[in-house]
Write a protein that binds this ligand. Structure first.
Ligand code: F6R
Ligand code: MG
Ligand code: MG
Length: 377
């Protein structure tokens, strides 16, 4: 067995180019400069999806390491300076605190980290999405790790046949619960089928107890207490020999599922799998995008990336996304294209309600009043 390597992915939107569609190349250069030559890291890769910068880092310092988190924070602060200079849109928007305080969690940026004992060969896929939320991974993670119609390995690979354990978070009450697949799947689906509230945080190999997948689970709007964008999520998945094959990991994205986010974080739309060249959500600020970068870890070095959705086999998923988008857009401001009221990130509802409150007639009271009048007459 190899070294213990930690893969840390930290992402933030610190300024969009143009609007919320993409990241300016100068920010990416700045981020690369900030990470290059850093003695804490074994390797790094800087990339972006939509308006989010993703820092992919490998090291031997374990999860939740203050120095690594500070490095990411300082990198985003440096990028914010560039964003301010270029007057990019929403410069520094995901840095919710004025100062770093030990751990980047809760300060705005999204984090997914896994510590692995590097196998003889360690293929990983890193998913990164824009214009959606962490619960967006629930459906694909379920299919990858619990659905034999997606992952034939669950049936015919003896190393996967005993299944996986899912750690699910309640994002509202800040609780967690573990479910064993396959026997708990009906119970688990009650929860993960509601991805705005329950999100899969980690998945473990049942027999070995080893980590199989981890996602960034934090709701930025809940942290900030006001709207500052959806928490465009990332997810790291280990592949092959006892874990799902790369092709099984990518397969759920061949059918674009509906996720919350899109325009103003307030719409339902298809998650379109794209190569990096198409990771710029523009139509109605979307539809939401997901990119999959594959790496082979080699003593912590990131060999890659392979831009996995840059493949004609996903053309039809993109086409289907466009058809779904056409249909949903025709619904305009109506649900279910527009999200249910309590899922909407920012809304005029309180303002309109206040304005119209005297025009609402309480029908129960009116009826009682009428009955009283009748009785008196
Ligand atoms: C959604 C998103 C965009 C913005 C929209 C309005 O996550 O980032 O759809 O919500 O472009 O942006 P503001 O309110 O900044 O003008
Ligand atoms: Mg933005
Ligand atoms: Mg974004």
């Amino acid at each position: 067995m190899g070294k213990r390597i930690t893969v840390t992915v930290i992402k933030a939107d610190v300024g969009g180019f143009v609007g919320h569609t993409s990241v300016h190349p100068e920010l990416l250069e700045k981020a690369k400069g900030a990470l290059s030559g850093c003695p804490l890291l074994i390797d790094y890769h800087v990339t972006y999806v939509g308006d989010d910068i993703n820092l992919i880092m490998t090291h031997e310092l374990g999860r939740n390491n203050g120095e690594i988190h500070k490095l990411a924070w300082d990198t985003f602060v440096a990028c914010t300076e560039v964003a301010k200079k270029l007057k990019l849109y929403g410069a520094g928007q995901d840095l919710l605190s004025d100062a770093f305080s030990g751990n980047i969690k809760g300060l705005g940026p999204g984090v997914a980290e896994m510590e692995v004992e590097e196998r003889e060969s360690e293929p990983i896929v890193i998913f990164m999405a824009d214009k959606t939320e962490p619960g967006a991974w629930n459906l694909p993670l379920y299919k990858i790790f619990a659905d034999p119609f997606n992952t034939i390995g669950l049936v015919i690979d003896p190393k996967m046949h005993s299944g996986f354990v899912f750690e699910v978070r309640d994002l509202i009450e800040n609780k967690k619960i573990m479910f064993n697949a396959p026997e708990d799947i009906y119970d688990m689906l009650v929860f993960i089928g509601a991805p705005g509230r329950y999100a899969i945080k980690r998945i473990f190999h049942r027999e070995t107890g080893q980590i199989a997948a981890v996602s960034s689970v934090q709701r930025l709007n809940l942290i900030a207490g006001r709207y500052i964008g959806k928490d465009d999520p990332v997810c790291i998945v280990r592949c092959q020999s006892g874990y799902p094959a790369v092709g099984e990991v990518l397969e759920p994205f061949a059918t674009p599922h509906l996720v919350s986010g899109w325009m103003r974080g307030s719409h339902s739309g298809p998650l379109m799998p794209v190569g990096l060249k198409d990771a710029h959500p523009c139509r109605f600020d979307g539809p939401p995008r997901v990119v999959a970068l594959g790496f082979q870890l080699a003593n912590g070095k990131l060999v890659g990336p392979r831009d996995l959705f840059d493949d004609p086999a996903f053309d039809r998923a993109r086409e289907m996304s466009n058809q779904i988008a056409d249909y949903l857009r025709r619904l305009g401001p109506f649900e279910p294209h527009r999200l249910h009221l309590d899922e909407m990130e920012y809304t005029t509802m309180p303002m309109v309600m206040q304005k119209l409150k005297d025009r609402f007639i309480d029908l129960r009271l009116a009826k009682a009043q009428k009955a009283k009048e009748k009785g008196g007459a």
